[in-house]
Design a protein around this ligand. Structure first.
Ligand code: NDP
Ligand code: 2IT
Length: 449
């Protein structure tokens, strides 16, 4: 298997995030390949690690000073074996093919785990929405989508949000889709509930993450009551993770952005959360402003990514990294373990480095990989697609109940697959194996294509 990883590295040079995501899967599915020769015979892993299509395009737009701006847009259509490509769009200056390939690869497994007919994809642009005016964001989204529309559609590939892409950006892109196609179809998910969106999609990733953690705690006859919870990020996933922790009686004490984090020892309650939502979603401010409003909290600047982050050195029972990839390193994992952490649930995609994962698993922490525990977002996107196809809409309660059921299903499938292949209690191995088998069997059934 190490030769195979070297081959993947040499075929995809300069893409460390993709290598990292690939290595984790290659290592954990090895026993499946050893047991079932058909997967090697059909070169399933080789095929899964090669995007079916990688589209790269120029995005040209005019800023408010009438200067021409040029960005790069992408869509990675990774694997369409079990359904139309599905996955978010990320607008962030760090976006390049290596990040999108890691995200699209993980998305393929995640979407399979939901039990819904969704293939894996991801896209985005190296556009930085920070500091841009409303009009600039709109013009960028319109120009980006005017090109992307050539490759997507409600039965082909259905994008949604991710970092830097929320309801506002989906609105501008959906407007462009309608204008260019003359059709009102569910071409994107995360739409407003008044125009084809699903109730609960906004909440789904964060809520689903906490439902998944609730299932993990239940295996130890435990629950969220009075558990101190560390959350990083302050965007869509973090906000709704904090909200659901509160619903279940836990005590969230942190939130962050790329500049730093706040620590509120008294706990972030519903009122304080409403302040964070308004600050980040409407005012587009920085998390630092929380301490001006609530002086009992403290603010800490972010350290370099190879140093320990003081956020993960606060004593707590649960930790939910909900910002970005590789935000929690080996040193952070050591600090969490030393302070007695019981559970780490990934809300972001690949927030723990490989060394951090190894350390927490070795120390018997309940640990869930993002491809399992953040699947509630895409699952609810799948539910949005079904509502768009049929034209009939569900209540919040109905969507929430489906979400709970799907998260429980993923939880149980991970444990079952892990046990079958000798990784008892290892959710990471279980998620990789269960997702792999589902996609692999579909690929074999559909022939060498
Ligand atoms: P948002 O854009 O709403 O929020 C992102 C948050 O993470 C912000 O607080 C942002 O801070 C912070 N952040 C972003 N990049 C960095 C960085 N390089 N270093 C430190 N902090 C950073 O995105 P989401 O909440 O939607 O996404 C968060 C994570 O969850 C991502 O990993 C995403 O892939 C994943 N995810 C999202 C889903 C969804 O439905 N939205 C579904 C499943 C996973 P700042 O404002 O300073 O940039
Ligand atoms: O990483 C993810 O699962 C997402 N950003 C959500 C994808 C989706 O299509 O809802």
């Amino acid at each position: 298997m190490s030769d195979f990883l070297e081959l993947i590295k040499s075929r995809n040079p300069g893409e460390p995030e993709f290598h990292q995501a690939a290595e984790e899967v290659i290592e954990t599915v090895a026993p499946v390949l050893d047991k079932q020769s058909k997967y090697r015979k059909h070169k399933i892993l080789e095929r899964m690690l090669e995007p079916e299509r990688l589209i790269s395009f120029r995005v040209t737009w005019m800023d408010d000073n009438n200067e021409v701006q040029v960005n790069r847009g992408y869509r990675v259509q990774m694997n369409g074996a079990i359904g139309p490509y599905k996955g978010g769009l990320r607008f962030h200056p760090s976006v390049y093919p290596g990040i999108l390939k890691f995200l699209a690869f993980e998305q393929t497994f995640k979407n399979a785990l939901t039990g819904l007919p969704l293939g894996g994809g991801k896209g985005g642009a190296d556009f930085n929405p920070k500091g841009k005016t409303e009009e600039e964001v709109m013009r960028f989204c319109q120009s980006f989508y005017a090109e992307l529309i050539k490759y997507v559609g409600h039965r082909i590939d259905v994008p949604a949000g991710d970092i830097g892409v929320g309801g506002r950006e989906i609105g501008y892109m959906f407007g462009m889709h309608k204008k260019l196609s003359s059709q009102f179809t569910g071409a994107l998910t995360g739409k407003g509930v008044g125009w084809g969106g699903s109730l609960m999609r906004t909440e789904a990733t964060g809520y689903g993450l906490v439902y998944f953690a609730q299932n993990m705690l239940a295996t130890k006859d435990d629950d969220f009551k009075n558990k101190i919870c560390l959350v990083s990020g302050s965007g869509n996933v973090a906000q709704h993770a904090i909200e659901k922790i509160l619903h279940l009686g836990g005590k969230p004490v942190t939130a962050s952005d790329s500049s730093g984090f706040i620590y509120d020892e008294e706990g972030i309650d519903h009122k304080k959360l409403a302040f964070i939502k308004d600050l980040k979603n409407n005012k587009r401010g920085r998390i630092k402003e929380y301490v001006q409003k609530y002086p009992s909290a403290t603010y800490h600047d972010t350290k370099r990514s190879d140093e320990a982050n003081a956020l993960w050195n606060i004593e707590a029972q649960c930790a939910f990294p909900c910002a970005t990839q590789n935000e929690l390193n080996r040193k952070d994992a050591e600090n969490l373990v030393t302070n007695g952490i019981q559970l780490i649930g990934e809300g972001a995609n690949m927030p723990l480095t490989a060394e951090a994962i190894e350390h927490v698993i070795d120390n018997d922490v309940l640990y869930s990989p993002g491809k399992a525990s953040n699947a509630g977002g895409v699952a609810t996107s799948g539910i949005e697609m079904m509502q768009n196809y049929t034209g009939s809409y569900l209540t919040s309660e109905e969507v929430d109940n489906r979400l709970k059921g799907i998260m429980k299903g993923i939880h149980d499938d991970c444990l079952r697959a892990a046990e079958t292949y000798g990784f008892q209690g290892n959710y990471m191995a279980g998620a990789n194996i269960a997702g792999f088998i589902k996609v692999a069997d579909a690929m074999i059934a559909q022939g060498i294509i």
